[in-house]
Design a protein around this ligand. Structure first.
Ligand SMILES: CC(C)(COP(=O)(O)OP(=O)(O)OC[C@H]1O[C@@H](n2cnc3c(N)ncnc32)[C@H](O)[C@@H]1OP(=O)(O)O)[C@@H](O)C(=O)NCCC(=O)NCCS
Length: 143
């Protein structure tokens, strides 16, 4: 399935850092989890999906206890055995994301050996997701 994977969290005391704002490690965990789910929903075999790289995350605004956050993850790029997912985090329904990042997953068999997933993104999907598609291609090329 290629629809957006959406996950919500309430920020609680145990999610905070020593500044009293959301701990980056917690945010990273949630972001990779949402991205993993987007990749697993596409492959339809969650047990075959492993994360091979987190390409970086940009933390542009802080979030605080009691804030409601929504993670939205979309498949951005498909390689032969790889799936690169873009995830963005919205705090309290703000229009601009507070955090965003790309992660790459690989399809592996029971022995952990990568295999070709045989999936492709429809042209219409790529056009609708042009910005994240181009960004993913860029980072996958090492840019
Ligand atoms: C994922 C893993 C099986 C890939 O093995 P590999 O021998 O590099 O696989 P391949 O060379 O066949 O590459 C498979 C795909 O992964 C991509 N890839 C491999 N290493 C990558 C990396 N570090 N970053 C981004 N993509 C990578 C390749 O470009 C290729 O993509 P393509 O199919 O689009 O061309 C292996 O690195 C592994 O087991 N890693 C541990 C995964 C894990 O435990 N994850 C949990 C995180 S704690």
């Amino acid at each position: 399935m290629l629809d957006t994977t959406t996950i919500s969290h309430l920020i609680k005391s145990e999610d905070l850092n020593h500044h009293g704002t959301l701990f980056a490690g917690r945010m990273a965990e949630w972001l990779v989890e949402a991205s993993f789910i987007a990749a697993a929903r596409l492959v339809r075999r969650p047990e075959d999906v492993v994360c091979v790289q987190i390409h970086g995350m940009s933390f542009d605004r802080a979030a605080a206890k009691g804030d409601l956050i929504e993670l939205r993850a979309d498949v951005a790029y498909l390689g032969t055995k790889s799936i690169t997912v873009h995830a963005a985090v919205y705090v309290n329904e703000q229009a601009e994301p507070s955090v965003s990042g790309l992660s790459t997953f690989v399809t592996v068999d029971r022995d952990g050996k990568p295999y070709a997933h045989g999936l492709a993104l429809p042209d219409e999907y790529v056009e609708r997701h042009r910005a994240i598609h181009d960004r993913a291609r860029q980072v996958r090329a090492g840019g």
